[in-house]
Design a protein around this ligand. Structure first.
Ligand code: CTP
Ligand code: CA
Length: 237
């Protein structure tokens, strides 16, 4: 039957996935955010669970892709909260996938009460840089806080520009982040953000590059997990 056709190659594996966008608070009612739908991270969480993994999904703001079956979901708002959850939970994960769209910057301070219009016009918003959560997970693994065997996967949405194409930027980002796999998506022209379909490459730290076929985020998720399962043998621990 159909169930027999599903690969069960992540049986017993613990997979930690982040998804969606972070919201960076300005005052009690306002935030800076982004248009992440969370669909790719949710599709990964769902597909990993179907392949037998114990999945925890740390979710920011999404377009409500629907709660995935048999997945523990933890909700966060800001990048700082996401960092705390990922660092705490990665210590007993076999695979960590950073699919979240983390805001690069946050307002440097959060007003305690609602910001009012004044006679002087709007005050500028001063930003501080958010922690790089993915790079921090790699650092924690180097420091022995996260097990050396834990596979760390990042995402990159790239456009080509005068400094190089999508793949050039992806390769540079993989080196900069120090993760094991980087999923590179070509964006622009309405690709990826908020859409159903996705396309890209899986780059590995040891130099392998696999093209991902154009297709749904569900299909992308299973191709990505094929790559993950190839480096993380099943069996649990
Ligand atoms: N990421 C993260 N923490 C951040 C920013 C990004 O963990 N503060 C993660 C994302 O979840 C993704 C990967 O890093 O898995 C790449 O994100 P991206 O925004 O492409 O990289 P940046 O280092 O922020 O570089 P850029 O200047 O291109 O935005
Ligand atoms: Ca960024």
């Amino acid at each position: 039957d159909r169930a027999d056709a599903l690969p069960y190659d992540l049986a017993g594996r613990r997979v930690l996935v982040s998804a969606g966008g972070t919201r960076e608070p300005l005052d009690p009612v306002r935030y800076l955010g982004n248009h992440s739908s969370g669909k790719q991270g949710y599709a990964l969480a769902r597909a990993a669970a179907q392949r037998g993994a114990h999945v925890t999904l740390v979710a920011g703001a999404t377009s409500n892709p629907g709660e995935p079956a048999a997945v523990d979901v933890v909700h966060i708002d800001s990048a700082v909260e996401l960092e705390r959850e990922m660092q705490a939970r990665a210590v007993d994960a076999d695979v960590v996938i950073m699919a979240a769209a983390v805001a690069d910057f946050r307002p440097i301070s959060v007003a305690g009460s609602k910001i009012k219009k004044g006679a002087d016009g709007p005050a500028p918003i001063t930003l501080a840089e958010n922690p790089d959560i993915l790079a921090g997970l790699v650092r924690a693994r180097n420091d022995g806080v996260i097990p050396a065997a834990t596979l760390i996967v990042g995402f990159a949405a790239e456009t080509g520009d005068e400094n190089g194409g999508v793949l050039d930027h992806g390769r540079a980002k993989l080196r900069r982040k120090g993760c094991d796999l980087l999923i590179v998506n070509a964006v622009g022209d309405g690709k990826a953000f908020g859409t159903e379909d996705n396309t890209g490459w899986v780059l590995t730290a040891d130099g392998r590059e696999t093209a991902l076929p154009f297709g749904s985020k569900t299909l992308m998720a299973s191709r990505i997990l094929d790559e993950v399962a190839a480096v993380v043998p099943n069996g649990g621990r």
